[in-house]
Write a protein that binds this ligand. Sequence first.
Ligand SMILES: Cc1cc2nc3c(=O)[nH]c(=O)nc-3n(C[C@H](O)[C@H](O)[C@H](O)COP(=O)(O)OP(=O)(O)OC[C@H]3O[C@@H](n4cnc5c(N)ncnc54)[C@H](O)[C@@H]3O)c2cc1C
Length: 303
Amino acid sequence: MTALVLIEIEQGQVRQASRSAIAAASHFGDVDVLLFGEGVDAASALSGVRKVLHVPAAPHLLAEPTAAFIAQHAEAYSHILSPASATGKNVLPRVAGLLDVQPLTDVIEIKGDDTFVRPIYAGNALVTVQSADRIKVLTIRSSNFDPVDATGGSAAVEVLDLPAEDEKSRFVRVELSNSDRPELEVARVIISGGKGVKDARNFETLLAPVADKLDAAIGASRAAVDAGFAPNEMQVGQTGKIVAPELYIAVGLSGALQHLAGMKDSRTIVAINIDPDAPIFKVADYGLVGDLFEVMPELAKAL
Ligand SMILES: Cc1cc2nc3c(=O)[nH]c(=O)nc-3n(C[C@H](O)[C@H](O)[C@H](O)COP(=O)(O)OP(=O)(O)OC[C@H]3O[C@@H](n4cnc5c(N)ncnc54)[C@H](O)[C@@H]3O)c2cc1C
């Protein structure tokens, strides 16, 4: 059996989430990766990869042409995977549709070639599903699989032609937020702010100094994002990013079910909240009942 993994590059490196998807794929046998655009050296150096299928001049992973391309090459593979990233969630269900198979999303455990575990109901139940489809199409929850090494491999590279022009969608522009902080999904430490942080400036003056000291990523609740305190891509939760860092510090957020769905698998959870009855304290390993406007500067100083 051979698996194909759609990988993504960021700043010349294969994203850690993609390397986790490769680790998941290695359960099935040989692993080939599919790379659109630049980054072929990084892809070829990945540990545990047999072959890189490289489409050089296609940097934007628009769903229509990308899915059509994968579907064209799918018959050589028993499993097709990607991380459950925005791109993976956009492309892979279309691939499954084109192949007339059922996609399995957000897989957290692989029990066999056709049997997988995935969370449902915002992570409150886990289902074990067996797929009878001839090709399994899976998106992988990266926090559940240790990434393969970025170096040490020397996979062969096969260059493939650009997918035919697709008239249905067109790339116009991208707006990226620039940050030197670690990526949210792979950070070892995350400090997240909620509505209690009160405004965007306080994210900078109260959360950022602590994040700097801990080399942490900064996250946010949906209420904080909706109020404009933080950009969308910082949202943790059911409709945001799913994270499982070693340390998750929740500051001024209540711990609604939909937020917990994104972070309750963190190894250690710390909550700082003025309300002793806030539900976040039910999942917190360490809780501090206090005013974040006093606690955060003290914490930054103590670190
Ligand atoms: C379909 C659906 C999907 C959703 N998806 C998500 C999601 O992905 N992620 C997500 O986060 N939410 C999501 N939500 C929203 C969720 O239900 C909550 O509304 C949201 O998480 C609340 O955000 P919050 O905790 O920041 O705000 P609040 O619930 O308003 O909590 C603010 C907290 O700050 C505390 N506080 C206030 N002042 C201070 C202070 N000075 N010091 C210390 N603490 C203080 C308060 O005690 C309170 O506990 C979703 C909702 C729906 C319906």
